[in-house]
Design a protein around this ligand. Structure first.
Ligand code: NAD
Length: 395
């Protein structure tokens, strides 16, 4: 099959196996170009390990520290007639690369919110690794079926209390126009917290602990975002922000139970991922931010962010300090005053007409396509390719 991108709004319904493999390999190459981690975890479980921040969180400890990794994700394998999802091909590529280096890597494709997947992962840890010393929680999902009541909850990206009107970009056409989003109603806040809050993170850590598969001194991290004031109504002060507050409360509860600093929230930079491209307003902010940070010379992608997370905090000999709320802040460069001031003034001025001058929208689009394995120089996109790719650990 010859595989080309098919984009619809903020999703691409096809993915390229060789392209995804090249994208994963470029992240592995970056990690190998960095100094090895000083104090790496040995056995790492990454929940949400197939794309974005979670994939980078699997690559860094494996290729920067020789860690054995177990990954959990929800992806579609390819069939003879249909391409799989990017996260499937990324995971196949990750496992192939890990195997080549003699690194243990197993993956679970299924619903991380379910008890079944938790049980399967625990059995595998018991059989293969004994214990886990680092758990990364990097899920981004629009829905969650609660294993206790069997009910399916849906998350929404909405402001709270009042409508929000802001500039927004159509990422297909590059047209900028205002968007107005009505505030959350009824149970929408509670349901978003149910899906994207810390409840499932705690369920995982409690289940692992009760099964005796968490090593003494283990660490677990979940990811959050704060960002600029202009996105506060849709992010930090919106429904997703409420969920992230709950994630922070979960960290506090787990620290009380398992010891100080066993659970930590890392606030990460805004980046192009499948999850962030679905948030209104954010893609335009990212396009402006990329231009400012690239010009300043401190732009990072997921892999550079997570290299810094492990290098400076999770796997450092002496970890850098946390913020006043006990969080890791690898969004520090994004939040620097001069970066934020430059983005704010570009935000005021940006229109459809001057978009390419004021923003890095073309960089946004290139990054978006790369998420699905398109636009990588080393790949021949005219060549026939087989969409059916088995996961090495399943075959
Ligand atoms: P992503 O969409 O790239 O990755 C989501 C992952 O979750 C994938 O591996 C997917 O397979 C997995 N997943 C989704 N539903 C699942 C399910 N039911 N069972 C198992 N796996 C499932 O997202 P991302 O942007 O990397 O986000 C990861 C975390 O980082 C989120 O908590 C997000 O809020 C946070 N974060 C993202 C940004 C950003 O700009 N992208 C910034 C800061 C923090």
């Amino acid at each position: 099959m010859i595989i080309a991108p098919k984009t619809r709004g903020f999703i691409c319904t096809t993915a390229h196996p060789e392209g995804c493999a090249a994208h994963v390999q470029s992240q592995i190459d970056y990690v190998k170009s960095q100094p090895p981690l000083a104090n790496p975890p040995k056995n790492v479980l990454v929940i949400g390990s197939s794309t974005g921040y979670g994939l980078a969180s699997r690559i860094v400890p494996a290729f920067g520290g020789g860690a054995s990794t177990i990954g959990v994700f929800f992806e579609k394998p390819g069939t003879e007639r249909k391409t799989g999802s990017a996260g499937w091909y990324n995971s196949v590529a990750f496992e192939n690369a890990a195997q080549k280096e003699g690194l243990y890597a197993k993956s679970f494709n299924g619903d991380a919110f379910s008890n079944e997947i938790k049980d399967q992962v625990i059995e595998t840890i018991k059989a293969d690794l004994g214990q886990i010393d680092c758990v990364v929680y990097s899920l981004a999902s629009p829905r969650r079926t609660d294993p206790t009541d069997g009910e399916t909850y849906r998350s929404v990206l909405k402001p709270i209390g009042a409508p929000y009107t802001q500039k927004n970009i159509n990422t297909d056409t590059g047209v900028i126009s205002p968007i107005s989003i009505e505030p959350a109603e009824g149970d929408e806040i509670a349901h978003t917290v149910k899906v994207m809050g810390g409840e499932d993170w705690e369920l995982w850590i409690n289940a692992l602990s009760e099964a005796g598969v968490l090593a003494d001194g283990f660490q677990t991290v979940a990811y959050s975002y704060i960002g600029p004031e202009l996105t506060y109504p849709i992010y930090t002060n919106g429904t997703i922000g409420k969920a992230k507050e709950h994630v922070e409360e979960s960290a506090i509860r787990m620290n009380e139970k398992f010891g100080a600093n066993s659970a930590v929230v890392s606030v990460n930079k805004a980046l192009v991922t499948q999850a962030s491209s679905a948030i209104p307003v954010v893609p335009l902010y990212i396009s402006l931010l990329y231009k400012v940070m690239k010009e300043k010379g401190n732009h990072e992608g997921c892999i550079e962010q997570i290299q810094r997370l492990f290098g400076d905090y999770m796997a450092a000999d002496t970890a850098k300090g946390l913020d006043e709320k006990g969080r890791i802040r690898i969004d520090d460069w994004e939040m620097e005053d001069d970066v934020q001031a430059a983005v704010a003034s570009a935000w005021e001025a940006v229109t459809t007409e001057n978009l390419n001058e004021l923003s890095d929208f073309s960089g946004y689009q290139t990054e978006f396509l790369k998420l699905f394995g398109f636009g990588l120089e080393s790949v021949d996109y005219e060549a026939e390719t087989n969409p059916e790719r088995p996961l090495p650990s399943e075959s």
